[in-house]
Design a protein around this ligand. Structure first.
Ligand SMILES: *Cc1c(COP(=O)(O)O)cnc(C)c1O
Length: 455
């Protein structure tokens, strides 16, 4: 059989609906709880933060939710994205496995994140919202939302984790170019920020702190809402355009995946590629292994506890049933910034608890080795986050070689690494270290939790 190494779809093949896995998962997620009353929250509790359409999507059990024309119009700038067969990497590894990757780095912001940023900006605009607030760690989410807000004419205030603000000036300039205001977090603009600065004037910040600041700003201003780049059900659902396209592209090759792999921060790019395929497991008796890869220095899926916890550090968000390391957990400053979050979303956590997906934690040096191999073979220099997925792909491809099995592996190359060259520089200079967490580092924040257990 012969087929192109690059598998492209026509514009008309772009998905018309988001796929909502809540319609098909065997056990539904537990409800989010009000942080004060500890009772399940209703739509009115979320209304200060999100437009009504996104609140509806958050709890919807409809299998398909139509993608608005205005959103598809902006997707057309870079969607459908290409699927590649990594033939050079296969040769380099001398593996009988077939390796495919979906490349989301072709978006203007360089990652999968615009898939939800565009949708969120649109739904806010449609409900008359003038301004959004958000947080960003490594800067990828902030730049994706800046781009999307510019498309729909909405103002944006981005709270950027202070250490990244200082170390990644170009990400900040990107956001400014698209018109966003970028504030180093913790800041003096919010009570949450001032509270943290009082305890530690030199705080390097964390994603959880930046979320507290962005949420507080939205909750206390009338025409302003908040936008989150991962974790929540509606965010994961917007990413399913990735997997739906990949299904069509793989059909063109005649192959079907045995294993699907994606890096894991809050779950959005993993959900994007895996959820549409999980339907085959749930409904057609297929047995695709879906593997989420997290950094060993922030191992909520493999070492966290399944219980209710806050999405932010200060404790302003609803309580979400999730695998968590505790909302005050501050991970070591590894170079895959986008993977440094203390928890996972409700859907992912339920699927993992039910053993319908798998998780592994990898050390960063192995991940950078894998990323460099990939770049040499395939050309594209991956985002450090994506390197986690690639390292697991290489493990599985080598295992297939040992066992002499012809596995088909699909992974999400969720972004390019061209703004992360300083991370590669540190790797080449030998400045990266693997970080083995002590039990104390791992569990001290969990032990402090007073939130309810999740049954
Ligand atoms: C943000 C980001 C991640 C981590 O977030 P998820 O929601 O888990 O996808 C991973 N890779 C890239 C390139 C990112 O920008």
């Amino acid at each position: 059989m012969s087929f192109a190494k690059k598998i492209l779809l026509n514009e008309s093949d772009m998905p018309e609906n988001y796929y909502n896995i809540q319609a098909d998962m065997p056990n539904p997620t537990l409800p989010p709880l009000h942080p004060g009353t500890k009772q399940p929250i209703g739509p009115e509790d979320l209304a200060p933060l999100f437009p009504m359409e996104l609140i509806k999507q958050e709890v919807s059990k409809e299998r398909y939710i139509e993608i608005p024309d205005e959103v598809r119009e902006v997707y057309r700038m870079y969607r459908p994205t290409p699927l590649y067969r990594a033939t050079n990497l296969e040769k380099m590894l001398d593996t009988p496995a077939k390796i495919y990757y979906k490349y989301e780095g072709v978006s203007p912001a360089g990652s999968h994140k615009p898939n939800t940023a565009i949708a969120q900006a649109f739904y806010n605009k449609a409900e008359g919202v003038k301004k959004l607030t958000t947080e960003t760690g490594a800067g990828q989410w902030g730049s994706a939302l800046s781009f999307a807000c510019a498309q729909f004419g909405i103002d944006l205030e981005v709270y950027m984790v202070k250490i990244s603000y200082e170390q990644k000036p170009y990400r900040k300039v990107m956001m400014n170019t698209w018109g966003a205001e970028v504030i180093a977090s913790p800041s003096n603009k919010t009570n949450s920020g001032r509270q943290i600065l009082e305890q530690d004037p030199n705080s390097p910040g964390s994603l959880g702190i930046a979320i507290s600041e962005a949420v507080e700003r939205a909750a206390t201003s009338d025409d302003t809402k908040y936008s989150l780049g991962s974790v929540l059900n509606h965010v994961l659902m917007h990413q399913t355009v990735i997997g739906q396209e990949a299904i069509k592209q793989l059909e063109m090759t005649g192959d079907f995946p045995d294993i699907i792999i994606a890096p894991f921060g809050g779950g959005s790019n993993f959900a994007g590629i895996a959820f549409p395929f999980l339907r085959y497991n749930f409904q057609e008796g297929k047995n695709i292994r879906c593997i989420a890869v997290e950094p060993a220095s922030c191992p909520k899926l493999t070492k966290g506890e399944f219980r209710y916890d806050f999405g932010d550090t200060v404790g302003l968000t609803p309580l979400i049933p999730m695998y968590t390391l505790g909302h005050t957990f501050v991970p070591a400053p590894i170079h895959a910034g986008g993977l440094r979050y203390h928890g996972a979303g409700a859907i992912i956590s339920q699927l993992l608890k039910d053993k319908l997906i798998e998780a592994v934690a990898l050390q960063q040096i192995e991940c950078f080795e894998a990323g460099v191999k990939f770049a040499k073979a395939e050309g594209i220099i991956p985002a450090p986050e994506a390197n986690h997925g690639i390292a697991q792909v290489i493990r599985e491809a080598l295992k297939a070689k040992e066992e002499g099995t012809e596995k088909t592996i699909l992974f999400n190359l969720c972004g390019h690494g061209y703004f992360d060259m300083s991370a590669y520089q540190d790797y080449f200079a030998g400045n990266l270290v693997d970080h083995e967490l002590t039990d104390d580092e791992l569990y001290s924040d969990l032990r402090k939790l007073e939130t309810p257990p999740a049954a």
